[in-house]
Every structure is written in structure tokens, then in C-alpha cells.
Design a protein. Structure first.
Length: 180
């Protein structure tokens, strides 16, 4: 991949993530908790309280697969076609884009990889990219964030598909065994 700084966000039953900065896995006091990023919650648009037992309406509480299921009464992949489905994915994209604005501003990654079962919804990543561009409002002027085709390469699905988590765990084990 040749990247020095990037993030991976997995959006499934819950939400998790990791980051590499300067070619090294980012790990501080505790492991990063991407799923518990606090994001603006427009209760007029979305009165759903959220599912996180600690925060209610953190990213995981509002945008995880379980949040989708509880808010809409069905898992994301089973939402019927039509306005409810469109509204569900637009809301999901808004929440994920809000989180990615935070990640982009704080870590300045060269790429953000978004995987997990929820992220497999075909319309989701294009909606996230569009909403991210709107939320950044031209503030960050890197071509990767302002040009649509470049933004398609900035926020991407995992190249390893559903194997990303397993291969990542293997790499972490290799690093631990090597004492890195």
C-alpha cells in the first residue's frame, strides 16, 4: 500500500478502528476507541437515543449495525426499497462522515479504509464521500479531499475484503512475536 499514515474503520455490529501513524500502529494510554467518538446528534432529524450503554449517542450508538436494526426495526441489508431505505443510508452516511471529519482533522491520514458488514451497502461509501466533502467545506485543501475522483481513493473499501480483520490480527501477532 505504501502509506505512512492511514486509518481503518470497521462498521458492523459495533464500530471499531485503528490507525497507523509514521508507519507504526497508533497505541496510547489504551487502544483507540473509534466507535466512541462523540459526534453531533440532530435529535430533530433522528430522535433515536442510541444504543451505547455508556454514551447512548456516540458513533457506535448511532451508526453501528445494531443501531440500524434497533432504529429501523430491521438489519440494514433487509430494509425495504424506497424512502425508508434511502433515509436510513443517508443518515448512516452523515454519521460516518461526521466521524471521518474528526479522524481527518486529528490524524491527517493519507487514506481511510472503511470495512465491516454495514459498509458493504453499495451506496454507503459514495454517500459518505459526498457528505465528508460537504462537511469539510473546503477547509482542508488537499486534492485528496476536494476532488471527487481523488476522494474516491481517500475513502476506500478494504482491498482484502472480509479478510482484513483476520490478516490484521495475524500482523499484530507477528509484531508482538518480533517484539515490535
Amino acid at each position: 500500500m505504501g502509506l505512512d499514515t492511514f486509518c481503518y474503520l470497521t462498521v458492523g455490529t459495533g464500530i471499531g478502528g485503528g490507525a497507523v501513524a509514521g508507519g507504526r500502529l497508533l497505541h496510547g494510554l489504551l487502544h483507540p476507541e473509534f466507535g466512541h467518538i462523540r459526534i453531533p446528534h440532530d435529535r430533530a432529524r433522528d430522535p433515536f437515543a442510541g444504543i451505547c450503554p455508556y454514551h447512548g449517542d456516540c458513533l457506535e450508538g448511532l451508526a453501528s449495525g445494531e443501531a440500524i436494526r434497533q432504529r429501523w426495526g430491521l438489519p440494514g441489508q433487509e430494509l425495504a426499497a424506497g424512502p425508508a431505505r434511502e433515509a436510513a443510508w443517508e443518515l448512516e452516511a452523515s454519521y460516518l462522515a461526521l466521524a471521518l471529519v474528526n479522524v481527518t482533522c486529528v490524524l491527517s491520514p493519507e487514506r481511510i479504509i472503511v470495512g465491516g458488514g454495514v459498509a458493504r451497502q453499495p451506496t454507503l461509501l459514495p454517500l459518505v464521500r459526498q457528505r465528508l466533502r460537504e462537511l469539510l467545506a473546503g477547509y482542508l485543501r488537499a486534492p485528496e479531499l476536494t476532488q471527487p475522483q481523488a476522494l474516491d481513493r481517500f475513502i476506500v473499501a478494504p482491498g482484502l475484503g472480509g479478510n482484513s480483520g483476520v490478516i490484521g490480527a495475524i500482523e499484530l501477532a507477528r509484531d508482538a512475536a518480533a517484539g515490535r
